[in-house]
Design a protein around this ligand. Sequence first.
Ligand SMILES: Nc1ncnc2c1ncn2[C@@H]1O[C@H](COP(=O)(O)OP(=O)(O)OP(=O)(O)O)[C@@H](O)[C@H]1O
Length: 923
Amino acid sequence: MVDTTLDAPEFGADGTDQGFIKWFKALPQEPNLVRFFDRKDYYSVHGENAVFIAKSFYKTTAVVKTMGSSSNNLQGVTLNRNLFETALRHLLVDSADYMVQLFEGSGSHWKKTREASPGKLGAFEDDLFRNAEMADVPIAAALILGYPEGARTIGIAFCDAAGRALGTCEFADDEYFCSTESVLVQLGAKEVVMPKEGDAASSSADASRLRDVVSRCNALCSERAKSSFSAKHLEQDLIRLLRSGNAEQHRDALDRPLAAAALSAVIAFSELMAMDSCHHKWTLALYDTGRYMRLDAAAQRALNVMKQRTDANDTFSLYGLMNRGRTPMAKRLLKVWLKQPLVSLEDIQQRHDIVDALVEDPLLRERLRNLHLRGLPDVERLARKLDRRKASLADLCQLYRASSRLPMLVEAFRDYEGPHTEILTTRYADKLEAAHDEEHLAKFEELLEAAVDLDRIPDEYLICASYDADLQELKEEKDEVEKTIDRIAEEIAEDLGLIMDKTVKLEWHKLSNTRTRCLRITQTEEKKVRKKLSRYLMLETRKDGTKFTSKGLKEAAERLQGISRSYDQRQHALVEQVVSVAATFCEVWEGVTSLVAEVDVLAGFAELATSAPVAYVRPTMLPSDAGEISLIGCRHPCVEAQDGVDFIKNDCVMERGKSWFQVITGPNMGGKSTYIRQAGVSVLMAQVGCFVPCDEARIAVRDCIFARVGAGDCQLRGVSTFMAEMLETAAILKGASSKSLVIIDELGRGTSTYDGFGLAWAISEHLMAEIGCPTLFATHFHELTALQGPVGVSNKHVETAIDEASGKLTMLYQVAEGTCDRSFGIHVAEFARFPPEVVDMAKRKAAELEDFSAPAEGLGLGTKEDAEVERAAKRARVFMQEFAALPLDSLSPEQAIAQSQSLYQQLMADAASMPTLRRLIEV
Ligand SMILES: Nc1ncnc2c1ncn2[C@@H]1O[C@H](COP(=O)(O)OP(=O)(O)OP(=O)(O)O)[C@@H](O)[C@H]1O
């Protein structure tokens, strides 16, 4: 993370103060809180924080110093400014798991002056992003649970400080809080405020499950007193906060008690009322949870949507692959879009139209990306700084630079002549032109041209003297005195017989806190003119020469100092004035920012589509009730992008009634996961607005993608793997609809064969019979291929080849119709020259399995075995239904497990008299 050779600054005398140690030790201990102490030249942390910071950033505890006496001591670590900023970024942004406080003072008198947490970065924003791009939009959310009329109901509100947007919603949820999880994922909340534990509602089983959901979404859970959730003053607060000043129009939000409570809590948490700069700036909307595709945290992980720390390179994740934007705004927007895939056919098609225009017109794409967007500053952040009146002249000049590019963007769009002229014109050209007209950004530019001395940037950012009569006068006086100083210096040089700028130099001399003008000669020269020098005032003699002045020069320098002070003060006042006038353009900047970010992301999609190893295509999007997802020649975009991979494309055609439920079998490493994930990834990309890695694609819009990958992150250790997987999969059973897409990879992998098989089989039955969603099921349970159902089951396998001569196995990665040759493993063993007795045993086992799966192939054909299998299937279906209907909401996790196990035991008891069922579920 940080160079381990870093030197920690020395502790000053202040750092060892006994009073400080005593005071520090009296501070309450809080987990996840790091307290920094500003010691002017450096920062320090103490106690447990010191060891944590030393280990995390210095990678050694050798930098930890023990301060104080043997009876009263304290550990401490110092940080220089750069490391302080790095630590802040890590704590608040990258790991986003900590709260941070900064104390200022000395001795034993310290005061907390600033604090921040992942959802509230405001106080440290300048430190965090001085030297680093702002990679994420910090979203804070508040969440409250209630039971109006006995129904489990959630209120969630969020605050997007960057976009100055508030949102809230209220909805009924199931006991797994599937909708809550999707909303938190969609929002990308960094911190979630919840009512403090202790009261009945927040200590229930539901509340603890909710906390699990929050942590699964990688958000920090912050507790606040119940009173924070009181909506008593909400209406008045909104009148002050909202741009419209009209709270009444948000009756729909105010009338939902939990939505209003959550909104009050998020406003209180973000301290919006306390900041004058926040008043009349915000928008509020009722958040429509059905507006985006639902994607829970597990699906996000299974599809590698976001970057993981362990990724070998950027293109391992979808974000890394699709992140082609030129501006920081686009990078942030892409993150938001990946969490909020669209479900409206029209909206998706609109994005595809724009990408299409940019794919088909390489010149336009090139102009936008490489001429107009490249190097554009982070307008969004600058505009926000401006809004808080924190912008400097340098910041304004960056905005000026961005503004002056807008007409070129407009021109580029106007030059387009393809089939998507209308959308490019109305959505971008017209809007950007309006933002840049004489009333808006053209005026902003005029202001800066008049106010800023543009000739002197980037060396100096100053207000032009001509901008203000007083400043002009001061400037003239200053110039005059400077001339006088030059003249006096010349006279002195002449008097001493020296040549100005050669043997004598006019320089600055530092006198305590001020600077004055002086002359400097080298020691050699000094020897020559020593006699005459006695008429002058000596300032200092050092190795590099002697500095001196005269009475006249001294007076002129003092005058210059006085005028410069007034000039600087005037500059300062004028900068404030200019910033405050410039701030009236913030709203225009906000509009421009979102358009530019959108164009940049979409141009990036077009770039990706054309530069991929094989070009992506525009998918044909179908309404969500259409029973078709056809991905012809589909590839996994991230696997395909890895060096040295010669990717084998495959068709994935899912048709309701024919191949809506697909079971993919085949050996390990054969490409099953890749095949099913590439389908999920393609659907996700399409609904984000991107083209897809296929030769041809037709996709019925999905409301949700569920993806489960084995028993990987089982949180219920100690429970049988069967039960743990059941509980994990319960979310799919509850949340999926016929319009979802379900991807299951090797369910039951961690279990012994038939235990896992029973689970995979029971779930498949349920998905087909009860939900009817398109499903891709990769499994090593060959028996699953016997499934049949009304939605249409299609069996696929990944092909492999064994070289008879060498015994070498080659994965062909080709997905073919039908089931795979199950004696294949034994062939491999034989070729690998396994001991004959092992191969023999394997053959015997396989024969038993064939025995077992033989009736499966004839499922539903009316033989005695078929009837037996039918009975077993029926009983297993009953189990699934009972399981899905369990009142897990009113139970603690332990009780939930106990009840689930009891159902499982009943199933086992019935299995005693049903040999087929027993074979299916027994270990
Ligand atoms: N279509 C393909 N073209 C080229 N290489 C592929 C393809 N599919 C998969 N691979 C390569 O094979 C590796 C294994 O693939 P994958 O994980 O999908 O196999 P699997 O059958 O799911 O294996 P397991 O059962 O062990 O999980 C991948 O990491 C990838 O490098």
